[in-house]
Design a protein around this ligand. Structure first.
Ligand SMILES: *Cc1c(COP(=O)(O)O)cnc(C)c1O
Length: 452
């Protein structure tokens, strides 16, 4: 087997942190001024260093700084940047053709990706897929499919859920700022119910799963009528909402309720899928077999691709021509997905994600013992987070969270924040990151927490 760095874009780039200017450096600041003049303000920036190259666990900027990557471009480059198989397959595809539109004249790569999705996603029932460009588009299409197949309109979503930035997916998303604020009116027939968030469940974590499920089911039954619900849509491990792991038992109970009432159970695995949580899909942890599953982010090593995969009879319900899009399943993006999946198999990336958890979680727990600022450590595999609170309370500490993130950035560690209350630091390293970089990143985090 080839080595981790060889297959993960690593060889082109020394796997070593290097901070040679202030962050951002002079060249990045110059580019930032140009960005401010030319790019809409609504498009934000977490860390304004301009990237020159990236690979393995390193992001190198135009000033020559090399940052440790705990973000993977938001859980996208799980196989690393410019992973060998992704580059090989996309390059080969680029020289043959770049686009025909799969709805006009199809090509093998599209079919091959759908065959892989049928093999890799949970459940051994007959499955089919349709490919799109972005996660939001996949979620929109899952709703279209569920509505068509059931002849019903209502969609049930959950507190802290995130599903995208298009009009329908804004409506499906819980958090107002920054995703929805000022962008209404939103699509109708969306109903939000409680999720089992153990850390913040008022009666404590013990009864959280049962009580949250009872409340959610009561609301669905009373306010909507289960017979009017087309789909129930949930992230099995919530991403933007703050890496909330619904208390064990909650998801199976909701899936069971959905099944009993002919509701299409949709797992949004756009962030948690493709090896991120130590399984191919986070649904596997509780043995869930979703009717439909949406994927994107980690699927194609950085190229834009998304999918809806699910029960063949549901996927086939809509009339021919009812699903699609000009670029959906672009041949270069499909080649990238096949390269990414090849890499995941070759390097056994689910095992790598579990190893990352093994290294990181005990360190994060030790930090939580030392710093009262850390209210909870949670997550699975290489999808881990700490929730920051005012010491001695559960009151969210978004200012401290932002300060710790900035201190990490200055020291050469790229971390992201998340959470409904903006008080979660989330860690999404590429699954191919070297263990030395992982440890060094945690040292930097420790230093940043000491400062805060
Ligand atoms: C990122 C994300 C989306 C939206 O995907 P885009 O590609 O940004 O449109 C939807 N659902 C979840 C769970 C996500 O993390």
């Amino acid at each position: 087997m080839s080595s981790l760095t060889e297959l993960s874009g690593g060889p082109a780039l020394r796997q070593e942190r290097r901070v040679v200017t202030e962050i951002p450096g002079p060249k990045s600041r110059e580019l930032l001024a140009r960005k401010q003049a030319a790019v809409a303000n609504g498009v934000g920036t977490v860390l304004p260093v301009f990237v020159q190259r990236a690979g393995g666990g390193i992001v190198e900027d135009v000033d020559g700084n090399a940052l440790i990557d705990f973000g993977s471009g938001i859980a996208v480059t799980s196989v690393g940047n410019s992973a060998e198989a992704v580059v090989r397959r996309t390059t080969e595809q680029l020289t043959r053709f770049t686009h025909t539109c799969a709805m006009v004249t199809p090509y093998e790569g599209y079919v091959e990706v759908c065959e892989e999705l049928a093999r890799l996603t949970p459940g051994d029932h007959p499955k089919k897929s349709a490919l799109f460009n972005s996660g939001a588009e996949a979620v929109e299409n899952a709703v279209k499919i569920a509505r068509y197949a059931t002849g019903r309109q209502a969609v049930v979503v959950f507190e802290h859920g995130y599903h995208g930035r298009t009009n329908l997916t804004m409506a499906l998303t819980a958090k107002n700022m920054p995703y929805k604020h000022g962008f209404g009116p939103f699509a109708p027939e969306i109903y939000r119910v409680p999720v089992a968030y153990p850390y913040r469940w008022l009666t404590g974590p013990e009864n959280c799963a049962q009580e949250a499920a009872a409340q959610a089911i009561d609301l669905i039954t009373k306010d909507i009528g289960a017979e009017n619900v087309a789909a129930m849509l949930i992230e099995p491990l919530q991403g933007e909402g703050g890496f909330i792991e619904p208390a064990k038992g909650f998801l199976p109970r909701m899936a069971e309720f959905a099944e009993q009432h002919g509701i299409v159970f949709v797992a949004d695995e756009i962030q948690s899928g493709f090896c991120r949580t130590g399984q191919w899909f986070a649904s596997e942890d509780e043995g869930l077999v979703p009717d439909l599953i949406t994927t994107a982010k980690g699927i194609a090593g950085g190229l834009p691709l998304a999918a809806v995969t699910g029960r063949a009879e549901l996927m086939d319900a809509a009339h021919t021509g009812g699903l699609g899009g000009t670029y959906g399943g672009n041949p270069v993006a499909c080649a990238a997905a096949l390269g990414a999946i090849e890499t995941m198999r070759e390097l056994d990336l689910p095992a790598r994600a579990r190893r990352i958890e093994e290294i990181m979680k005990p360190r994060l727990r030790a930090l939580a013992d030392r710093f009262a600022l850390i209210g909870e450590v949670r997550g699975r595999g290489a999808m881990l987070a700490i929730e920051l609170v005012h010491p001695g309370t559960k009151e969210p500490a978004p200012e401290a969270t932002a300060a710790v993130a900035v201190a990490c950035h200055r020291a050469g560690l790229l971390v992201l924040t998340a959470g409904t209350y903006g008080n979660v630091l989330r860690f999404l390293p590429p699954l191919v990151i070297g263990e030395d970089l992982l440890t060094e990143g945690l040292d930097i985090l420790e230093g940043a927490l000491s400062e805060a």
